[in-house]
Each structure stands twice: as structure tokens, then as C-alpha cells.
Design a binder for this molecule. Sequence first.
Ligand code: FDA
Length: 308
Amino acid sequence: MLGPVILAASRSERTRRFLTTTPMTRPVVGRFIAGESVEGTLPVIKDMADRGLDVTLDVLGEDVSDPADALRARDSYLRLVDALAPLALGPRAEMSVKLSAFGQALPGGHDLALRHATAVAEAAAAIGTTVTLDMEDHTTTDSTLAVHSELLRAFPRTGAVIQSYLFRSEDDCRELARAGSRVRLVKGAYKEPPSVAHQDRAEVDKAYIRCLKILMTGDCYPMVGSHDPRIVAIAGELAERAGRGPDDYEFQMLYGIRTAEHARLAAQGHRMRVYVAFGTDWYGYFMRRLAERPANLAFFLRSLATRG
Ligand code: FDA
């Protein structure tokens, strides 16, 4: 119940101002954010690669309302690609992109976001890797899937994200499974109305399994984006039943969450990719992590109280 309240509070400008200006927030934010700059994050990426973990990199930022900020967001990704090139990790280090950071909500924003995403996908392809388009709130789903399908023409390894809490997602999974693309399945992290999304966690979990079955039995490359032990176990069983080997799907988890599980899955020979978010614009991402697990909020408030 607390999750939706936190997500609603995350829209408050006063909350944003308080949390982003108080230095006491930093240590807690650091659990989920790998660094503030590319340079500060490269050692984290190298360390993960050495431990057999792949990464998908998110330069934090979303909901831009100025075309100049959208351009800056694109350029941050291009700088990231330049910095990654010497590591020669190829597809082991891909990029996760939020189209709202590329101006999707601006007038003419669909085309703008497509142009910026194309530039990043081109740069990524030049160093042997690719891009996955994160999925944001349901008002952006059609536009994001349309950008994804445009990008697939030139960059067939472009990834899409499907959120199992949306009623539409089984249909979207069928579509993407046929297209043979890379699909990250997640439960969904935004506050959505009952007209478009399951509100009950058990229903979201059941929908996840239905979507996963479609992806595992289809032609696509499923990316299982979840920390839920039950889902991880079922994904393994479904993959085996569908005759998929370790190269035919992967697990994905967020930086800072269930890290022992990252290591366990990699050690078992699974492809394990960690979603590594970095940058200074961490507010929206951080609030979604608090909302997913009310215990995080308690921990956060306790640490504010003791440091204060
Ligand atoms: P669930 O929430 O049931 O958590 C299962 C267990 O994982 C918990 O019991 C706890 O142990 C641990 N856990 C989960 N969240 C935690 C947290 N915040 N802090 C501490 N422990 C936590 N969403 C979206 O809408 N669009 C997107 O593009 C993406 N992209 C994305 C990429 C990747 C790689 C992942 C793993 C997730 C996303 N998400 C996302 C977020 C996703 O929608 C979802 O909100 C979270 O993954 C939490 O759901 P779980 O499936 O982990 O299950």
C-alpha cells in the first residue's frame, strides 16, 4: 500500500528539493546508483565484468521539458560509448535508454526521441553493442514500442521492455516474440490507474508468468528482469522446457539489489546482466526503488534520523 503513496509523493517538487539537496541522502542513494560520472562508474563496470557479470548502463535522467536537455542526454550516452570502447566488452556492456530523457514528451517528441535513440544505437553498434529502450508510464508505451520497431530495421538487436502489470502486455509479448527481438520482461515500476494495469501484486506476478511463457516459447531473446526468487526459478524451468540453453536468454537485476543472487546465477553459468544506473539526476529512479520495497523507506528514514 505504501508503494503508490511514495510514487505519488515523488511527484512533489518540495520532496524533490528536500531529498536532492540534503547531503544526508547520499549514502542511501549510493546503494542504488553506481556513480555520479562515467569516469566514476567505469571501475564498477570493469569489476563486474571481471566477476562474470554483464551490464546495461543507464545515464540517469528522465522527463525532460527542454530540447537542449534532450540533446545533453543524447550526448551523455555518446560520451559513455566513447568511454566504453577501450574496455572492448562488446555486447557484455549495453545501454538502457529512457525516451523521456530524449524529449519524447515534447511537441514533436516522438520523432526527436527516435532521432536521438538512433544516434545512440548507431554509436553502440560501432563498438559491437546495443541499446534497450526502458519502458516508462503507460501513456508512452505506444510511442516507445513504435520507436523500438523503427530501430529494429537498422539495429535488430535493439531491446524492448514489457511491464507485466499492464493489461495489454500479453498481446505486446506475442507481437515481440514473433518479431524475434530482445525483450526484457519486468513487473512495472510506475503508478498506473486500475483502467490499464493490475493493482494486485499476485495478479501482476501471474501476468508475469503468462508473459514469460509467451516469450520463452517464441522466437525472441527473453531477458528476465526480476529479483523475485519464484520468478527466477520458474524462468529456468520454462527455458529448459522450451529447449533454451544459457545463450538463449538472460537474467537481469538492478545494481544494489540482491547482489549475492547476481553472483550465484553467474556462477551457475547463466548470463546475468546488472542494470547499472549512474549520474546526478537520480531522484525519479531512487524514488521508484523506495516504492518497490517499503523496507527501503524505513531504512532511509532511519539513516536520515541517525545522521541528522
Ligand atoms: P518484487 O518487487 O516482488 O521483489 C522481489 C524481491 O526482490 C523482494 O522481495 C526483494 O527481496 C527484492 N527487491 C525488489 N525490489 C527491491 C528494491 N527496490 N530494493 C530492495 N530489494 C528489492 N520497470 C519499469 O517500469 N520499466 C523498466 O524499464 C524497468 N527496467 C528494469 C530493468 C531491470 C534489469 C530490472 C530488474 C527491473 C526493471 N524495472 C523496470 C523495475 C521492475 O518493474 C520492478 O519494479 C522491480 O524489478 C521490482 O520487481 P521484482 O520483479 O524484482 O519483484
